[in-house]
Write a protein that binds this ligand. Sequence first.
Ligand code: HEC
Ligand code: HEC
Length: 498
Amino acid sequence: MTNIAAILLLIVSLLLPVSGYADDKHKPEEKKPIEASQGKTIYDSWCAQCHGYKGDADAYTKDVTLPLPRDFAFGVYKFRSSAPGEPPTDADLTRIIRKGNPGTSMPPWERFSDDEVKAIVQHVKTFAPDVFSSEAKSIKLDNPPKSTPESIAKGKELFNMAKCVECHGKEGRGDGEKGWQADFKTDWGYRVAPANYTQGWELRNGSDLVDIYRTISAGLAGTPMTSYLDSLKDDERWSLAHFIKSLQLTRKLGVALKVKKVESLPVGTDDAKWKDVEYLDLPIGGQLMFEPRNFTSVITNARVRGVYTPKEIAIMLEWTDKQPSKGADNIPQDSARIQFPVKLVDGAERPYFYMGSRKAPANLWQWKASDDNKVVELIAKGFDLVESKEKTDISAVGTYTDGLYRVVFKRALNTGQEGSPAFMVGKFIPFSVTLFDGNNAEDGNKSAISAWYFLMMEPPTPIKVYVMPPIAAILVFALGLVMANNTKKTRDQRKKKK
Ligand code: HEC
Ligand code: HEC
């Protein structure tokens, strides 16, 4: 019986590649159908450097990147749509290969054809033949109920009742206390942190509603994130997904931050005035130019806002951190830094992006998490020549609530001090941000940094701006009419020619 099954299987597998291309329309023109064995060739060139030639991820030593590349031979698959204990489906493997795992070193792969991905999937499965001896079935993922204020509210209730909050934290920023116990590890033996729902771009299994539902239903095998397939009903899991989706921030990316003029500066980080101030999100990544490099960086975003009066400027930085540190027991304190060029010159010229250079030094404002809101002002002439100024006019206050740091820096527009740039209204002023997560051993050059951006203190609104929009609108409308008319004409002409 088993022999017959094996023979049948062999025949079927021999037939598959042929029958797979019976439909000529879908046949790739330039390429021949790919055999499953060709998956190995592609895998060896594109995947093995991380996942290992034998699929055991031996290429990597610990602490190079976190999470480590998957050890396929271990046979535990995190990203599945199948019930717990079952292997991932081919569609699961295909999805991860195509989309990657955001926030990790697993990139999305677009360069391969569908047939090539099929072949890679077959090859990956050979690393754990026992696991894939049975075929997995996807749980039902379609027909999501509509998201309503009620379903979101119900999701929020379940979030507390089902104790998601213990790991994911009150506001879903991944700062729940349970996540910081020493034994909070994966089956592969490395530390892992609960996900921060607010930063959808970090969600490894994807941030769409169906992705979140899949995560809650199937769990992430090998991690403390278990499956809720049996303990929560279908509609409850959808409500939770609606709630989590509702927490996701909209990132506002760009090159320049508008700094608005106000009557008086906000007091501290909680001042309601900040709510109306426009923000800019800066992508943040590990510093990799100088030793010690930060390959395991965890901070991915800094949100910046600014306001000014005729005398002073206030800049607020906001970022998430799952566990705060004021520094103790060899754990450095969390810290934030804003960098400016010492000399503000017209044009786009800026000092070297990391700590300036001998020729073009940088001025840095640094706040350190502490009870007394310690601030230092640094002058850097390169990463290896950094001095802190004896006297500084900068002040800062910082708060940490539910996984969110907010720090407000204040300074006079012009301090008259050497090494401190004087800010002028209407100019593009280069700035960048450096953040340190103490619990990730970030200190000194081991930091998380942004590129250069600009801030611009907006001149008080001239009357022209109020008059312009209606005029501009009329002009645009008129132009639209002319263009529509022209296209119609050419269309008519073309018709005539025919
Ligand atoms: C630069 C390193 C790197 C390369 C190259 C890479 N991966 Fe990955 N891959 C990772 C990491 C890291 C993870 C784990 C992500 C996690 O655990 O959240 C991963 C996860 C995966 C998973 C998910 C496994 C699971 O548990 O569900 C699959 C499948 C996968 N990789 C396949 C591939 C294939 C196929 C290639 C080549 C086309 C490839 N990877 C190339 C780093 C890499
Ligand atoms: C025991 C701690 C713990 C509990 C309880 C828990 N989670 Fe998680 N959760 C985690 C961890 C850890 C991760 C990240 C795993 C990883 O990235 O490897 C995670 C990740 C997630 C993710 C994101 C996965 C991704 O794509 O990156 C979602 C969504 C999620 N959990 C939802 C929930 C919901 C909803 C509940 C409650 C029903 C819940 N979790 C309960 C620990 C927990």
